[in-house]
Design a protein around this ligand. Structure first.
Ligand code: OAD
Length: 254
């Protein structure tokens, strides 16, 4: 059987429109916990109590206790080799866009240019009363309930359960899924829709699916063409190395 990294590298080398969908797993090696699985955030915090928009409106102080913990980790986190490998793939001209479910800004910090933040961003906050926007670095998150100068409660611009996906991000992502001839799915359990529907949509349009994950997901046996099992921070740099090797041998042979 062909080495799956070599197989994925050859698919990517021949691709015309590669798109990536990333999830919490890609940031685990940066020290940010994922949501599901052992040591996942939803093991410690019930998502219905902490991640639903109605919970935020009913008891913002309680939800902010979780957000504070997450911010303390994510604001100090740095991109890992997986983020840099995707940024390199874009620089090399293969990767056309990243659709990320993450709100940590690590793809952008690794240098990726076209990043669609499907679940919003933790880097900005909006006042629930006057709608004034703040940058996270201008807000003191160490108080029990961060507030606007008008006295209103500040909510991070991340998508809570029960909220809509930002319409522009949804449109752009659906277009990308339709255009992709190769769709790479990295570090997501593919359980939350509509994000989990994007690789399915791409597959229906004929895209090849490359999946990178520590574990099998519902996509693995249904639509995945090449499954690369392992840590994204190890697999993605190997994949980029393999693509570069192929490019060099093309030049050598010409
Ligand atoms: P999950 O926590 O559901 O899934 C993380 C996936 O990453 C799992 O399948 C793990 O096996 C895998 N994984 C963990 N470490 C990895 C590593 N080092 N390399 C590769 N894979 C690894 O996270 P998401 O699928 O992103 O939404 O969750 C989707 C959404 O559910 C989130 O955006 C969030 C959450 O509730 C909202 O808050 C709206």
């Amino acid at each position: 059987m062909k080495d799956p990294i070599k197989e994925a590298a050859s698919i990517i080398r021949e691709s015309k429109y590669l798109v990536a969908l990333t999830g919490a797993g890609i940031s685990v090696e940066s020290g940010i916990p994922a949501f599901r699985g052992s040591q996942g955030l939803w093991d410690k915090y019930d998502p219905f109590e902490y991640a639903h928009i109605s919970s935020f409106y009913n008891n913002p102080k309680k939800v902010w206790s979780m957000l504070r913990e997450l911010y303390r980790i994510s604001l100090n986190a740095k991109p890992n080799p997986a983020h840099y490998a995707l940024s390199r793939l874009e620089e090399m001209g293969f990767l056309k866009a990243i659709i990320t479910q993450n709100v940590d800004g690590l793809h952008q910090r690794a240098g990726s240019k076209r990043v669609i933040e499907f679940h919003g961003s933790g880097e900005t906050l909006t006042c629930l009363d006057c709608r004034k926007k703040y940058k996270i670095y201008d807000v003191d998150i160490n108080v029990p309930l961060p507030k606007c100068s008008c006295g209103g409660v500040l909510k991070p611009d991340i998508v809570f359960f029960g909220e809509m996906i930002p319409p522009e991000a949804l449109d752009e992502s659906m277009n990308l899924a339709r255009c992709a001839d190769v769709f790479m799915v990295v570090g997501t359990s593919a359980q939350v829709y509509p994000a989990a529907g994007l690789p399915i949509m791409a597959k229906e349009r004929g895209a090849r699916i490359i999946e990178i994950n520590l574990e099998l997901t519902q996509l693995t046996s249904s639509i995945t063409d090449v499954f690369l099992q392992g840590r994204a921070g190890e697999i993605l740099p190997l994949l980029v190395g393999e693509i570069l090797k192929g490019n060099r041998s093309k030049v050598d042979n010409s």
